[in-house]
Design a protein around this ligand. Structure first.
Ligand code: CO
Length: 249
């Protein structure tokens, strides 16, 4: 069952969403060669504490960081570390969520470290564009897999692949709610989208094949073929007035 949110609840999610956006914008500005990735986590924790909020991922199913930091062939759920340093040419995905006053918001972005390759830049751009193609379909009158199909078409028509094993999700009173929001699927299928539905749309797009594996740390997801991967995510409310991105400052 998809739990529909009232306008007041959507405002609460938006409040959490503004915090998520503020943190991610700050973290993005810190991304440069030589940065120790633990610094990203420390900054996120401090900012979240100052907001009086809680980092949503810390302690979630045993995850031990506030921000997921996933570099190059790492797709999602990588760990920040004192031993991991960003280097010129890397791409780094930052995924962050907040809970404030009982409501969650979740977003992600991928940033380039210094000068990056043309291929890496294209992968990042296409992934972000595919997120926005999906968001356009997050409206009354469309069906769930219209979002999925829009994401998939944009990624694949640019020569990339979309991850199957991890998907977007409903979000609000919990970090993960119904419905699941895949980044692949057939137009005109899935549930009819209703006003009051709040979802995290989060394409994970790979340079080469879509297959992924989970490392021995039981969290870090990497591409099987070691190709690059990018990730962009917004929490979006479906309203009578159209899609509203809640993870914005
Ligand atoms: Co998410």
């Amino acid at each position: 069952m998809v739990e529909l949110k009232s306008k007041a609840e959507i405002q609460k999610i938006a409040e959490s969403g503004r915090m998520v956006a503020a943190v991610l914008n700050k973290l993005k500005s810190m991304v440069k060669p030589g940065l120790i990735t633990q610094d990203l986590d420390d900054t996120a924790r401090k900012m979240t504490r100052d907001f009086g909020a809680r980092p949503a991922f810390l302690g979630y199913r045993g995850y031990t960081a506030a921000v997921c930091v996933s570099i190059n062939e790492e797709v999602v759920h990588g760990f920040p570390s004192k031993k991991r340093v960003l280097k010129e040419g890397d791409i780094v995905s930052l995924d962050f969520g907040v809970e404030y006053g009982g409501y969650y918001a979740d977003a992600a972005l991928t940033a380039g470290v210094g000068q990056i390759s043309i291929k890496a830049k294209k992968l990042m751009d296409v992934t972000e564009q595919s997120l926005y193609k999906g968001i356009e379909k997050a409206a009354v009158g469309y069906r769930l897999h219209d979002i999925s199909s829009a994401v998939q078409k944009h990624a694949e028509s640019n020569g990339f692949s979309v991850v199957r094993d991890f998907v977007g999700h409903g979000v609000g009173r919990k970090l993960h709610e119904e419905p699941l929001v895949p980044n692949y699927g057939r137009e005109g299928t899935g549930i009819f989208l209703e006003a009051g539905t709040v979802i995290a749309i989060e394409p994970m797009v790979n340079e080469k094949g879509f297959d992924v594996v989970v490392l021995a740390d039981e969290w870090t997801v990497v591409t099987k073929d070691k190709g690059l991967s990018a990730h962009f995510e917004h929490t979006v409310a479906i309203t009578e007035a159209g899609p509203v991105i809640l993870t914005k400052e």
